[in-house]
Structures are given as C-alpha cells and as structure tokens.
Design a protein around this ligand. Sequence first.
Ligand SMILES: [Zn+2]
Ligand SMILES: [Zn+2]
Length: 189
Amino acid sequence: MDAKCAHHPDAVADGGTCERCGTYICAACAVAGSAPAICRPCLRLLSSGRHIKHARVLSILMMVHGGLLLATGAYYVLFGGFMFDAMMDIPVGDDADELAEQLPGMLMGMFTFIGLSHVLPGVLQGLAGWMLLRHRGIRLAWAAAAMGLLSLFGCYCSPTALALAAYAVFVLTRDDVKARFAVVLPPAS
Ligand SMILES: [Zn+2]
Ligand SMILES: [Zn+2]
C-alpha cells in the first residue's frame, strides 16, 4: 500500500516527506522548489511567526536607509569636488607654504573617503533590504547592518545607522525569523 498524504487521507503521498515536520505529503501539499523541501502547512506556520512582520519592517527600513546613505554619500563627494574646484581658484602666491598647496587635495580626499563610507553601505543596505523582503538571505542583512556603522565617520546618519543595527540584531536573532529564513523558496513565489 502506498503512503497517504497526512493532510489528504485520499491522496497518495507523491510529494515525498516534509523535511521539517516529517509527514508524508501529496504533490499539492509540497511547496514546489523549496529548499529544504517542506509542506504548505509548515510554510504557513513559519510565515506566521511573531517576529516575521518585524523582518518585513526591517527590510523596508534597510532599503530606505540605504537610499539615504547613498544620497548623503553622493552629497559628500560632490561637496568635496566643489570645494576642491573653488579652492583651486584661489591664486597661490610665490611665498605660499606647502600646506596651503596640499590643502585642497587633502580636503577632497577626506570628503571622498567620508562619501564612500556612506555610498558603499548604502548600496549594500539597499540590496540586503530587498533580499530580506524576498526572504533571499539573512547573512547579507547582517553585513549591511554592520557596514552601516561605517557611516559613523560622517555626522548625518550615525544615529539612524546605530538604531538600524540595533533593530537588525533584535529581529535577525529571533528564532522564528531564523527558522523562516532557513527555507528558501523559488523566485516566482
Ligand atoms: Zn511540514
Ligand atoms: Zn496533501
């Protein structure tokens, strides 16, 4: 006798077994393409965890914050460039000291560094937020939250980057969130 689906006593368990709850399931009960292979009731259970909504909020906040970081970083780089341009217009006398000659380049380098310390985590957070929203991965979210702290070199985004990192730690360490993210679904779903 063939094994029957745990949820449909009339259906043959042609969907194999659920790797989470271990019951026999029919093809209709199997979540197609999921890794590990799980059943629909398990997916519902995993998706209804207490902190799953927080993961969604975190993913959106991360994308918004990534965008802000990117804009701030671009502003720093542009500002540094304008500053360099403007300072190069100041005529340098013969008796100018070396520091005065190097100052524009040094300032531009500093602004570029501060700018990049916003742009890079900005791009990463935007990407990580999107992947988090699609349940594509939790590791990148960790990296993005940590890298956001790079913006502490600048003065605009640091409180928000700290808050975001703290929120990420809270959300990403919840057991129900970790359990949900342990299951990867095919892109279509
Ligand atoms: Zn199951
Ligand atoms: Zn079934």
